[in-house]
Write a protein that binds this ligand. Structure first.
Ligand SMILES: C=C(O[C@@H]1C=C(C(=O)O)C=C[C@H]1O)C(=O)O
Length: 257
């Protein structure tokens, strides 16, 4: 993609995708023609994808919605997202003690949306006063013990689920606080993408969701029930209610804390 040009017929659209299990249903259909010939996939953790979009190193990405406030203009493309109507299972604060006894909370360095949501819940919903520490690397996972809690997202969160007595699910907590679903990530671009491309892309996203058993069959069995994860915990359609939840969250972020 050239900076000041439109999207040429020959040029591949650079698509940033999250390298967690949560995106597999959306990605499944992207491996088939015609869409596969039109895109270049770039995989990374959410926080890194956000940086790539901000630096114009991808054209569209499934990026944390919290970073849209840093973009002078942006478009939310298509009808799919990484969202949840209630508990999401893979975005949680893990702790050995109840929240009221927590003295420190580490925030996941791979996240942008959930860290902002967590800060808001701490102040406005849980009304607790722990020391908040931005984790810098994976080593923080070992610090989550005693009165130190930690926010963990993605596959690593699914792995933590068996290890902790107290698990606070951030999408569930958002639902309790606002009555709305939560959108963690959406297909954001900084320039308008061609309509026919968005239509094809959207169709490809839908394909995997319509063929979940095929998607799951290609993933080695692991620590969590993927059928449940993809059909009950995560909710991928960017419908009216999700858009309301998204608007509310972005308004909260725009207001000074
Ligand atoms: C549901 C999830 O949503 C994610 C959380 C994100 C964030 O906190 O910035 C971004 C993308 C998603 O991967 C998850 O990671 O498990």
């Amino acid at each position: 993609m050239h900076k000041n040009k439109g999207f040429g017929v020959e040029e591949k659209i650079r698509v940033g995708i999250i390298n967690y299990l949560n995106t597999r249903p959306l990605l499944y259909g992207l491996q088939f023609p015609p869409i596969t010939e039109k895109i270049e996939l770039i995989e990374d953790v959410p926080a890194k994808l956000a940086e790539l979009l901000l630096n114009d190193q991808i054209d569209v990405g499934l990026v944390p919605v919290a970073i849209t406030r840093k973009l002078p203009q942006y478009y939310i493309n298509g009808n799919y997202c990484i969202g949840a109507i209630g508990n999401v299972a893979s975005v949680c604060v893990f702790s050995q003690v109840p929240l009221e006894q927590v003295e420190k909370i580490y925030l996941d360095y791979q996240s942008r949306s959930s860290v902002a949501l967590c800060r808001w819940l701490i102040l406005n919903h849980w009304k607790i006063h722990p020391e908040i520490i931005d984790a810098r690397n994976e080593a923080y996972l070992d610090e989550i013990k005693g009165t130190t809690a930690g926010l963990v997202i993605g596959d690593r969160a699914l792995q933590q689920r068996t290890k902790f007595e107290y698990i606070y699910d951030l999408a569930g907590e958002w639902k309790n606080a606002t009555g709305l679903p939560f959108v963690f990530a959406a297909w954001v671009s900084t320039r308008k993408l061609p309509d026919h491309f968005i239509a094809e892309f959207d169709k490809a996203n839908a394909y995997g969701l319509d063929h979940l058993d095929e998607v799951i069959a290609r993933i080695p069995e692991g620590i969590y029930d993927l059928k449940k994860y993809y059909s009950q915990d995560l909710s991928y359609t960017l419908d009216e209610e999700k858009r309301k939840g998204l608007d509310r969250f972005l308004k909260i972020l725009a207001a000074p804390l």
